[in-house]
Design a protein around this ligand. Structure first.
Ligand SMILES: [Zn+2]
Ligand SMILES: [Zn+2]
Length: 327
């Protein structure tokens, strides 16, 4: 197999030829057909997440076909198309796992962070955490659903019955969440980097009723704001934009420090929460719903070997939607 490998924090990924790994008990090996690039991959490469396993193959939005089925795997067969997400495994025994909150597991593994991921021609995964994808949809179009879509979906469930929804940072996640929110009858306001006309036009094309810079106020107060951009300075801006009793949801795994802000921005029962990881139920719910909604993902394809270019373009906001690596 070939892979783009992170040898040390901050270094470019290196193209490597590696021996094919055989799946162990309960595992599958997948021939990767597409792997989307997530902002979390940037956080891994930049060393913004604690204790990465090194060297590591990043990538946690994998679409591929089962190549080898390990001992004890009953529900997947050779040739099945599956998606492999960020949540690579959980302990199953901690208080969170027992409580149905496996996204908060005390001893999790994460694809592309603590176990090898999909910036490769093949990947090995715990079969229990892979999602059967069926045959509908193209590989590259499905890949961004596996994190941008899933985490966005989980964040959206935190919006409850909010009718006026604000999305801060209109990247891979928001471009999917906007479509789900519109399908649910919500009004979407999209906030981009100030002056990002292309991003605002893109948001309007996906049904946003209003799009503007993150320094602008929405036309009416929001019920819920979801922050996808890893920018702590957006928190007071979003709190300012939500109504009394409204909620601000931070959907990213990492954010720059929050600036101090006056308590009155939180006052009147406004809430500030974060969303962590995903549960398998989130994945199953969302992947069942996605074809019904007819979600269209906008993707920019890069050859696997150009993973560093894809990461740089994500960092610079060069494309709309999601980057996808194809072997
Ligand atoms: Zn656990
Ligand atoms: Zn991700």
């Amino acid at each position: 197999m070939h892979a783009m490998v992170l040898e040390r924090i901050g270094a470019p990924l290196e193209w490597r030829e590696l021996p094919d790994r055989e799946p162990g008990a309960g595992e599958i090996r997948v021939r990767v057909a597409a792997c989307a690039v997530c902002r979390t991959d940037l956080h891994v490469v930049d060393g913004e997440l604690p204790d990465p396993r090194l060297p590591i193959i990043p990538g946690h939005e994998i679409v591929g076909r089962v190549d080898v089925v390990g001992p004890g795997v009953e529900h997947l067969r050779h040739g099945d198309r599956v998606g492999i997400p960020w949540l690579g495994g959980t302990c199953g025994t901690c208080a969170y796992c027992r409580d149905g909150r496996e996204n908060l597991c005390d001893h999790p593994t994460f694809t592309g962070y603590t176990r090898d991921g999909g910036f490769a021609t093949a990947a090995v995964a715990d079969a229990r955490y892979a999602f059967p994808l069926g045959e509908r949809g193209e590989d590259a179009a499905l890949a961004p659903l596996l994190c941008a879509g899933l985490i966005g979906w989980r964040a959206l469930t935190f919006a409850g019955d909010a009718r006026r929804l604000g999305l801060y940072g209109f990247g891979a996640s928001a471009h999917i969440v906007a479509q789900v929110a519109r399908h649910q009858g919500r009004t979407v306001c999209a906030f981009t980097r100030p002056g990002d006309e292309a991003g605002q036009t893109f948001a309007r094309s996906l049904g946003a009723a209003w799009a503007g810079g993150s320094d602008q106020a929405p036309p009416e107060p929001l019920d819920t704001a979801i922050i996808f951009a890893p920018v702590g300075a957006l928190v007071p801006l979003a709190l300012r934009a939500v109504r009394k009793g409204g909620r601000v949801v931070c959907a990213g795994i990492h954010m720059s420090d929050l600036p101090s802000f006056p308590y009155r921005l939180l006052w009147e029962e406004r809430q500030l929460v974060s969303v962590a990881n995903l549960t398998r139920k989130d994945g199953l719910d969302f992947l069942r719903l996605a074809p019904e909604i007819g979600i269209r993902t906008q993707t920019t394809a890069y050859p696997l070997r150009q993973a560093n270019t894809a990461l740089a373009d994500l960092r610079n906001g060069t494309f709309e939607g999601a980057a996808v690596l194809v072997p």
